[in-house]
Design a protein around this ligand. Structure first.
Ligand code: HEC
Length: 151
């Protein structure tokens, strides 16, 4: 009987923990999209081109101060994993872990002040999972396995 009670208690505890973890998981739809829409959409919406097209017409878009499409989940994850591995991380990073301490050039758009920028950076970090600034060629299988990007 005692074993049964303990087993049941353990099972309930594990179930409780996993639902807690689920509730706290950072997802694109719940956490990232609202921040992206507020801070990034103005320059990365559906009216801007696919990345490959942007690169061909770079001058035109740069003159307008606009970037490339990133407003859907599918577009955004392509700047995390493949083909533009680490682009999102390199551009949003605050530079604190780098030798030159230089933040990525999209860091400034994360918020109006340092507090907001840091909070939103943390949100992106939680969403990405294994946050690193490596390019595709330098990424290990372990780095890739650490990427979460939950929908
Ligand atoms: C005022 C306009 C503007 C805002 C706001 C803005 N961006 Fe950008 N972004 C650009 C432009 C223009 C480029 C292309 C030039 C460059 O590479 O720096 C770019 C490039 C990027 C790239 C690099 C893509 C690549 O691989 O070449 C990423 C990633 C990015 N932006 C993410 C974001 C995120 C995330 C936000 C919101 C926190 C954001 N941007 C807000 C204008 C903007």
């Amino acid at each position: 009987m005692k074993t049964t009670v303990t087993t049941l208690a353990t099972a309930l505890c594990i179930a409780g923990l996993s639902s807690l973890a689920q509730a706290q998981e950072t997802t694109w739809s719940k956490d990232i999209k609202p921040v992206f829409d507020k801070q990034c959409l103005a320059c990365h919406d559906a009216a801007t081109p696919e990345y490959a097209k942007f690169k061909k017409e770079k001058d035109i878009w740069m003159k307008k101060g606009l970037g490339m499409r990133m407003e859907t989940y599918s577009h955004l994850v392509s700047f995390v994993g493949w083909p533009n591995a680490g682009a999102l991380m390199r551009r949003l990073d605050d530079g604190s872990s780098k030798a030159d301490k230089k933040p990525g050039n999209m860091y400034e758009y994360l918020g109006a002040d340092e507090k907001e920028r840091q909070a939103n950076l943390q949100l992106f970090k939680n969403w990405v999972g294994a946050w690193n600034l490596k390019r595709w060629a330098d990424l290990t299988k372990e780095d890739l396995n650490g990427i979460k990007v939950a929908y």
